[in-house]
Design a protein around this ligand. Structure first.
Ligand SMILES: NC(=O)C1=CN([C@@H]2O[C@H](COP(=O)(O)OP(=O)(O)OC[C@H]3O[C@@H](n4cnc5c(N)ncnc54)[C@H](OP(=O)(O)O)[C@@H]3O)[C@@H](O)[C@H]2O)C=CC1
Ligand SMILES: O=C(O)C1=N[C@H](C(=O)O)C[C@H](O)C1
Length: 255
């Protein structure tokens, strides 16, 4: 029993948090030691070695700071981690005490835990330099509070970086009037469109256009079960990845 990894979930009553609790309880070598939700005192986190953080963008940075200050590794699925928030977290990690399990603290911020979504982002990154046009369409359940999705924002950033590295300029677009915002949000210059529809879970298309052709890269999460192997991979791997890691791909040999 003692060599089991102790895991606490923050946001434990939520759609993702409740499934993460069940996945941890069912996993070999893991022990669920705490469930925390809004209004709960995080305190010593039940003696957890690793916290899984699945709350809301406004709460996530403080929850993660609490874990880091106590030397507890953290696997973060919550969205809203802007470059500025990530930079502040890196500063905190540089001053963090050693983790309970030995060595420096690790934090994984994973915009998406589903393997297919990680591959979709990687494929889009690879394809980006070959296409003049690219747009991202993300489609989610209507309970989602943030737009665009963390996955879409991350995809757009990765694609924009790949385009810049290849010397591509702005995506072509003759629009001069868009009072209603019909052309979507621009993330690092890439248009991102958010759909909220009853019946959906989490879906994304990356549309890449060239002369006379189009490539569509699509991923669908039909069930939140699709995120759980990634959550568990994060929990098991975070102690071996000190400091800040953004994206589960870095735990999966996709570097
Ligand atoms: N990385 C990934 O693969 C995935 C990431 N997500 C992201 O995870 C996050 C959670 O999603 P989802 O489970 O659907 O959302 P839910 O709203 O279902 O769950 C969020 C939970 O966090 C609780 N909560 C709110 N504030 C705090 C706080 N300060 N401290 C502790 N708990 C708090 C909420 O309580 P209450 O309802 O009482 O306010 C709720 O139980 C979102 O940011 C979402 O985008 C979602 C799916 C996959
Ligand atoms: O809120 C959700 O549901 C999801 N959130 C994450 C995001 O914003 O990218 C991951 C996934 O898309 C599901």
């Amino acid at each position: 029993m003692t060599d089991q990894l102790a895991v606490a979930v923050v946001g434990a009553s939520g759609r993702m948090g409740s499934q993460a609790c069940a996945a941890v309880e069912a996993a070999d070598g893991l022990r669920l030691v705490g469930r925390y939700d809004v209004g709960d005192e995080l305190g010593d986190l039940g003696g957890a070695d690793v916290v899984v953080e699945l709350t809301v963008p406004d709460a996530s940075p403080d929850n993660v700071a609490h874990c880091v200050a106590r030397g507890v590794h953290c696997v973060v699925g919550t969205t809203g981690w802007t470059p500025e928030r990530l930079a502040r977290l890196e500063e905190r990690l540089a001053q963090a005490p050693s983790a309970r399990t030995g060595g420096p603290v690790g934090v994984l911020v994973a915009p998406n835990f589903a393997i297919g979504a990680i591959l979709m982002m990687r494929f889009a990154q690879t394809a980006a330099r070959f296409y003049e046009s690219v747009e991202v369409v993300e489609l989610h359940h209507p309970q989602k509070v943030d737009a665009p999705s963390g996955t879409a924002a991350r995809t757009a950033s990765l694609v924009a970086a790949a385009r810049a590295e290849a010397g591509l300029g702005d995506v072509p677009d003759a629009t001069t009037r868009d009072e209603l915002g019909a052309r979507g949000a621009l993330v690092d210059g890439i248009p991102v469109h958010s759909v909220r529809l009853r019946g959906l879970v989490a879906h994304q298309e990356v549309l890449l256009g060239g002369v006379g052709e189009m490539l569509t890269i699509r991923h669908d999460s039909f069930d939140r079960e699709s995120f759980m192997p990634g959550v568990l991979a994060g929990v098991r791997g975070v102690a071996d990845h000190p400091g800040l890691t953004v994206g589960l791909e870095h735990y999966l040999g996709l570097d």
